[in-house]
Design a protein. Sequence first.
Length: 81
Amino acid sequence: MWQKIGRLFVIKTRVEAFLIIYALALGATARGSQYLVDYPGWGGKLLFLATTGAVFLAGAKILDCLRYERERVQAASSAES
């Protein structure tokens, strides 16, 4: 039963990855907007860029990991046959 629950938290497809990246981006822009209010001027703008930049880095890592997992499965299936 725990394995079934655990599978819910595994990203399997690119569509799932893009949905997660979208959700991260929404949160980052909301947080960045609050930084612009709390820290007017360059400080708020830099913090806003940092939050959105973190989403770009996380999204790239998620997509790279999906590609790596797909290649690993293909290599394992070709090694078996």
